[in-house]
Design a protein around this ligand. Sequence first.
Ligand SMILES: *Cc1c(COP(=O)(O)O)cnc(C)c1O
Length: 393
Amino acid sequence: MKAYERGEVAHDQIIFAPAPSDTELAGAILTVDLKLLQDNWKKLADECAPAECAATVKGDAYGLGIEPCVRALWAAGCRSFFVALPAEGESVRRVLDEATVYVLDGLFSGQAAYYEEHGLTPCLNSLQEIEEWAKHCSAQQRRLSAALHIDTGINRLGLSPADVEKLGETPALLAPFKLALILSHLACGDDPNAEMNAMQRKRFDALRALLPSAPASLANSPGSFLGAAFACDMIRPGVALYGGNPFAARPNPMSPVVRLYAPVLQVRDVAAGSSVGYGATWQAKRDSKIAVVGIGYRDGYLRSLSYPASDGPAQVMIGGHYCPVVGRVSMDMITVDITDVPPEFIRRGAMAEIMGDNVTVDELARWAGTIPYEILTGLGSRYTRLYSSLHPK
Ligand SMILES: *Cc1c(COP(=O)(O)O)cnc(C)c1O
């Protein structure tokens, strides 16, 4: 195992690379492997075929950067994208002329013209939204597309069963626009044994039967692995694309897309009995070597990763060796015990793997007492970000 040096990353092919001096001046370095993002999409597309595999890219593609991610996904064959906000949809449209862009948060009041201007397809969540979209389409004399989002039990966004019944009785409400998709969302997809999955699927089928026929979509990442009955006509995975484990309690079938390295700023000797960090929460049991690493909670390295963490301690990797995080996580730095690391790796400027092949996003989430979604979407903004090539040699 090699130790990465400041300014060096684990990939051969990098695009959008900053000038070397910028990299050398960077604190932590975050790489997004667009090839592995594409591989993950293809794996999910194979899993759900012949259903279509869309991509959920809300929240700046779960914090990875929406523009490079949607470009890479389009190149891999993805044609439909789900965002939360209309402005996120506009970001997708800016780089992809032909993609279908669904807005999950629905039609924002008074904004129908914006959706039309940017070619966004609202996922209509209520009778009010349906009425507003229909009115816009009638006024413009254009049958624009919309999706209907039906609530089948999660009780978040979506039309209630009573709303769907009303639509069934009053088809004229839907007539002014093109019904592109009917979707619903699973509450417990990450637990393949949850009874709620089958219940939601049954409700979904029953409610769809009341509506004009249209392609259907039920599955997020975990739902994508529940078989054809859940894949319907389209799956819309998010976290699995970015390397998060779609399952709560099974090995992760996806590849890690994000790698995060942070530099050792200083190495210090700490005598047995001395404490490290704010609150003096950790005491050295032996004479120790402690590396101060330049990443902190400002960078999304959550304070809950402080020693002893949940099911911890949290670990980083330096020179091929796992090193426990000791003491508290500060805003800009963490302290790790490198006493057992061979001396050649103990030096200022060595890069610690914070997340990647050896320290997974799922482990970080477990130590922090959260889910990989929150780790990815909470990644900070002051890294040097590198997007690896679409076509590595
Ligand atoms: C976020 C979201 C998804 C994607 O979920 P993942 O669990 O990240 O795959 C799909 N559908 C809806 C409605 C969502 O809100």
